[in-house]
Write a protein that binds this ligand. Sequence first.
Ligand code: SIN
Length: 345
Amino acid sequence: MPPGRGPHSRNASVPSVHTMRTPHIALLATGGTIAGTAGSATDTSGYAAGQLGAEALIAAVPPLAALARLSAEQLFNLDSKDMGPPHWLALARRVQALADDPAVDGIVITHGTDTLEETAYFLHITVSAAKPVVMTAAMRPATALSADGPLNLYQAVALACRPAAGRAGVLAVLGDRILPAAAIAKRHPSAVDAFSREGALTTLASDAALHALAPARNSRVALPPGLQMLPPVELLAVAAGSSPALVRALAGASLAGAVAGVVVALPGNASLPDAWLPALNELPDSVPLVLASRCGGGISRHRADAPGHWLDAGALDPLKARVRLIAGLGADLRGARLRRWFERG
Ligand code: SIN
């Protein structure tokens, strides 16, 4: 079936006087507040996410028709708190198929803001695409006065129409800013301007600025085509004086095969409290342990005398370190190959 003609597709093509060919942008909708509805236009908190379909999101932004020919697919319609590795795997496969389709010029994904940074980073390190892959979202539901979704969607499609964005890996467009996948971090639970500005470009960024975002070579893994399920990886956080009881529970679960890797969010320079060391040593050597800093910036390094299956998250925050460990284990990286995968992160 030609792109744009499927049962969930819409051909919003308008001939452009400036270009020979109107770009074909594939929109993948997954839910979130951008597709959320509330009982009143002034209610920006008591709403349900993931209510409107992809067609309704497009219909709310008539100027999109002048930018691109859009085909729309509803992959899921979820509040992103309920998304996780099974959704990432399905989404990555669909994005890869669209990236490999010569009839598609760019891909836009609508998503909830709550776990956007995890999905975006997973796609960034597992999809190989030479064309733009742009995620977007909203903090206010679609029914709100001054909803932020329509302009975010317009700007995401506009960015996906720019071939230069295809060199930058996965990007997100939120509130007039372009965020590279590794820099996406939600920092406020409800403000419209909820995402960290660190590492952001404005949506007016030049092509040269977009090119400069190009990820380092070898920064992706290829997931095996037959992979059915991503490995289970747990994330624990150390708070001042907190007990390592949960580590011991995970050590038991990992012996039963229910945990394939562990990430620990640690204070400061990924510093391990003395009380946690014996418990972490109970984790089997077959279960990689990634030590990440809770600081949310900088590069952490742990002790050189650490066991071989302990890895540094480096510049990755604990959430992204977990995503990277899931992707690495999913691609069957073990031992020195897994270590190199983290060193490249
Ligand atoms: C969600 O993450 O799906 C709900 C919250 C949001 O999109 O802002």
